[in-house]
Each structure stands twice: as C-alpha cells, then as structure tokens.
Design a protein around this ligand. Structure first.
Ligand code: SGN
Ligand code: CA
Length: 523
C-alpha cells in the first residue's frame, strides 16, 4: 500500500470504535473526530539522557511514558545536526538544500509550503510555542509565542504574535504554562489542533531551575570510555572546539562566577557573558542560586585542580547542570499528561517527543553536536498514539527528521505532498512490517567553521557502515565499521581491507545525493 492510500485507511479501527460508541452520542452522524497532535521538541536533548534509551544517568519517567504507551524509535536521526536547520526540516519535510535554511545564520523563507499551513487548510488549529530560531516570523500558525533567538532560562522575553512580553519564572515551566493557556483559552475548540511545544532546555548554558539545584550531587557519573580521545586518523574530529577539557568555560558554562573575580579564562568574552547572564535572575532566585553555587566555587578554588582532575571535575559539573535541566523538562511532560487527562484530551491526542539533534555527553571528550558521528546524528524519538490505535513497543527502522512533517500530515489524514522528502512513520506506528523502510541515511552539515570549528561535511550511514566527506575547510574522507567500532574511533577509509566497501558506499552516497537533489553532487 502506498503512503497516500495508507493515510485514508490508517485509522479504520479508531473510526469503527467511534462509530460504535457514537450510538450513545448526540452527534451520532458526525464524522470520526480528527486526532490532535502535540509535537514536543527540546533543544539539544541527548537520547543518552532519557531513561527509555539509557539508564546510566537519569530517570525520566514522564518522557518514558510516551514510549511505554507508544513507540520508542531506537534509530532516530537528523539530517543536519543543528537547531535552525533541524526546525526548517521539521516544518518542510525537506533537506536543508531544498528548504533553503542551511545554517543557524540563515533566514527561513516562511512563504514556502510547510506542514502547519497544510493542516490549517484542512481545518486544524495550529500553534507554535517556545524556541523558534528561524529568524523570520512564524507562518502557518493561528497562534505563536516564541523565544527571541535562543531565549534565556530565567524570566525570559517571549514574542507573542509580534509583541514582546516578559514572563517571570523558569523557561521550561513558562513554555508549558503558555501551552496550557493556548489549549484552555485561546484556540477554537470546535477544531482539531496541532501544537508545537519547543523547549529551550537543555541548551547551553544548562541553567537549572533553582528548585533542582543539587538534585544530582550524590552522583558520580561514569566517564565515557573515549573521553580522552586523541582523534588519531580523524582530521574532521581533531579540529573541533567542543572539548569539555579545553573549550568548556568555567564561568559561562560551569557557573564558577566567584565574587572576588579571581577565576578567569583565556575566553574573556565568555567570562563576561557568564557573569552577565546571572543578572537575569530576580533577587530571590539569585539568593537560592548563590546558596548552592558559592560553596562549590569555594571548594573548586581551594582544590586548584589541573590536568585530568580538572577535566573530570568539569565533566561531572556539566552532567549535573545538564541533567538538572532535563529534570524540569520531564516534570513538565508530567504536567502535560495531567493536563490532557483532566481536560479529556488524552484519548484523542498524539504525543511526539524529540530533540532538534543529539548531543555529546562527554563521548570523544565533547559537548555540543554538529557532527555526523553517532551521538549528534541521532536524536530521541518517542511517539504515543491514543490507546488502541498503535502498536506499543520499539522499532529499529531508520527514522529521520525529514519524516516528521509527512508523519504528522498522515496522522491528520492530510495528503502528503509529493515534494516532501521524508516518509510517513504511521505504518511503523501501526506495527506493519517495515523491513525496508529506509536502507541508508543521508546527512549534510554546512555551518560556519568559526563556531566550534566543525568542517562542512556530508555522508551516508547504513546499518553497518558510515562514509563521510569533510570538505570545507578540511578535506578528508572517513569510513567507520559501526559493527566492529560503534564508538567511531578507527577511520578505516584507507585500510585496503575496506576498499570495496568504500567503493560501494560512494556509489550509494551519490545515489542518495541524486535522489534528494543535493546540488553538491554536481561539484
Ligand atoms: C550557541 C552556543 C553554541 C551552540 C550554538 C548552536 N553558544 O551559539 O554552543 O553550538 O548556539 O546551538 S552560546 O554561547 O550561545 O551558548 S543550536 O542548538 O541553537 O543550534
Ligand atoms: Ca539544538
């Protein structure tokens, strides 16, 4: 069955169920109710820090609930591991080269086709709340209330339909409150809805809510096996500036803003910003903040750590801050479940949870993302269909963020335009066999080298191998045998034993570039 036909028949069981229950209903002749959709995207949320995927670091019972009552995608990926581009892919169902938004410095052309516009045209109410990061004003939404650029954690400004409004409190709580406000008071309740709820958290600089400061203090996190990677044979990896040891700033990232001003780094701009950002806290918030951090700062200064001890101290602090931010995300998903239940929405609403990309939790010694390497190429993806509509469990199909738009349209019963490059995941959600859903994934990253110094690159990944071409400013090829080397520590591109694999992968890569119309294929 093709995707379009599937859209028509996907929800037969639900339709029958409604028809049966409709005999007791005043509106017995009405067509089956359309599904509501809530798409939650956190910023930089690694799959390693969702307990449904990985239990080493944190328990996230509310996010896990989405998968427990739905589907966990073990192989969710992005196509360009960076915020704005990922968001443009989400809206359009197209790769960056097709939607025109290649890097975070671009401006999204809001006049192009997007899935929210198509939903609106078919009678949906649409809303966009939280981090937007596409420079242009949102289009295709009945309501929008977005953070300017990256937004801030404490007492942030939002832009509500073009008007700047400052909200007191913590950004993750506020974003969820704004979602509740729209659901309760601002939408047309006679229509089905699709709401995008985009958290700022846990983006850098990982500032936890004061109530969660200290939540992970009793934990000592295991250092990843490749934390001390020396990047031998991997030029693409060697040149980055995202090392916890070398590039993570003590004040800006790790909150060591001592009152005496004695802690200084070789990044004076970041030192200043790290102190300045604390001015966004109210006096009361600042009191709680200092009560927690002052003793840690004093202890840090007294210990005068160097070398590996300092690197590992930084890793532990990073993990504590990041995970405390996730605590707020998880807690707010819990509030969302409660809200939906109390308002009789849970039974007819699809919940999707994902991130704009993956993130490094110290693997290769890093924070940040950008690379086609596993931790940032992957992204969490959990989808809960209403009870009885989907298969519960997990899937290993290769899902990619180009699939989000077609999936949402399919869930809404809207025809998927032919020029969207992704595929609907609905058949997967229904448990239909999808052995050949996608054999290989295509990736292309274009960001400016200045920011974290990751070279432009494109590549292909299938079940076993990953081939990458770093092309600007670094020019080098890498091949990984993911079965033997899942942590991508050995570049076997020049190993004669892999010459045939290289040849085949290059052919497959070219085919994907042609299929997806990436103009780089002609260069
Ligand atoms: C900011 C961060 C970077 C981060 C980019 C992109 N620096 O520039 O560390 O890689 O955003 O992140 S910061 O000093 O502003 O924190 S993205 O998720 O928005 O693409
Ligand atoms: Ca991001």
């Amino acid at each position: 069955m093709n995707e379009q036909n599937y859209a028509k028949s996907a929800f037969k069981p639900f339709g029958i169920l409604l028809a049966l229950t409709a005999t007791n209903c005043l509106f017995a002749k009405e067509a089956p109710k359309k599904l509501n959709i809530i798409y939650i995207m956190s910023d930089d949320h690694s799959y390693q820090t969702i307990s449904a995927y990985d239990k080493r670091y944190i328990s996230t019972p509310n996010i896990d609930r989405i998968a427990n009552e739905g589907m966990l995608f073990r192989n969710g990926f992005v196509s360009n591991s960076i915020s704005g581009p990922s968001r443009a892919v989400l809206l359009t169902g197209k790769f960056s080269h097709e939607n025109g938004f290649l890097t975070n410095s671009d401006h999204f052309d809001g006049s192009q086709q997007t899935f929210p516009k198509l939903l609106q045209q078919s009678g949906y109410q649409t809303a966009m709340i939280g981090k937007w990061h596409l420079d242009s004003e949102p289009t295709g939404f009945d309501y929008w209330n977005i953070l300017p650029e990256q937004g801030i954690y404490y007492n942030p400004n939002f832009i509500e339909m073009g008007k700047k409004v400052k909200y007191p409190g913590y950004v993750t709580d506020i974003t969820t409150d704004l979602a509740f406000d729209w659901l309760s008071n601002k939408r047309d309740k006679s229509k089905p809805f699709c709401m995008l709820l985009h958290n700022k958290a846990p983006h850098r600089t990982w500032m936890p809510n004061v109530k969660h400061l200290g939540d992970f203090d009793s934990k000592n996190f295991p250092i990843p096996d490749n934390f001390y990677d020396n990047y031998e044979g991997r030029d693409g990896a060697a040149h980055q500036k995202m090392s916890i040891d070398r590039d993570m700033n003590l004040i800006y990232d790790l909150k060591m803003a001592d009152k005496e001003g004695e802690i200084v780094s070789n990044q004076p701009g970041l030192d200043r910003s790290g102190r300045a950002i604390l001015k966004s806290l109210t006096q009361e918030q600042r009191k709680a903040w200092d009560k927690y951090y002052d003793p840690i700062i004093a202890d840090f200064k007294a210990r005068n750590l160097k070398g590996k001890e300092l690197a590992e101290w930084k890793f532990q602090r990073y993990m504590k801050d990041y995970l405390s931010c996730i605590k707020s995300v998880d807690e707010n998903i819990g509030r969302l479940f409660e809200y939906l239940k109390e308002n009789d929405l849970l039974e007819n609403t699809v919940i999707i949870y994902t991130s704009d990309q993956g993130f490094y939790m110290g693997e290769h010694g890093w924070f940040d993302k950008r690379f086609i390497y596993e931790e940032s190429f992957r992204t969490p993806l959990l989808i809960r269909l209403p009870e009885g509509m989907g298969k519960k469990g997990e899937t290993t199909v290769f899902a990619q963020n180009i699939d989000n738009a077609p999936t949402i349209l399919n869930l809404a019963g809207v025809t998927i335009p032919k020029d969207m490059q992704g595929k609907s995941l609905v058949p997967v959600l229904k448990g239909h066999s999808q052995r050949n859903f996608r054999k290989a994934l295509y990736y292309h990253f274009y960001e400016n080298f200045d920011d974290h110094s990751v070279s432009k690159h494109y590549g292909i990944r299938d079940k076993r191998y990953k081939l990458v071409h770093f092309y600007d400013p670094i020019d080098t090829w890498e091949l990984y045998d993911l079965k033997l080397d899942p942590s991508e520590m050995t570049n076997v591109y020049n190993d004669p034993a892999y010459s045939k694999v290289v040849k085949n992968m290059k052919v497959s890569l070219k085919k994907l570039q042609v299929k997806y119309k990436d103009p780089i294929v002609n260069q």
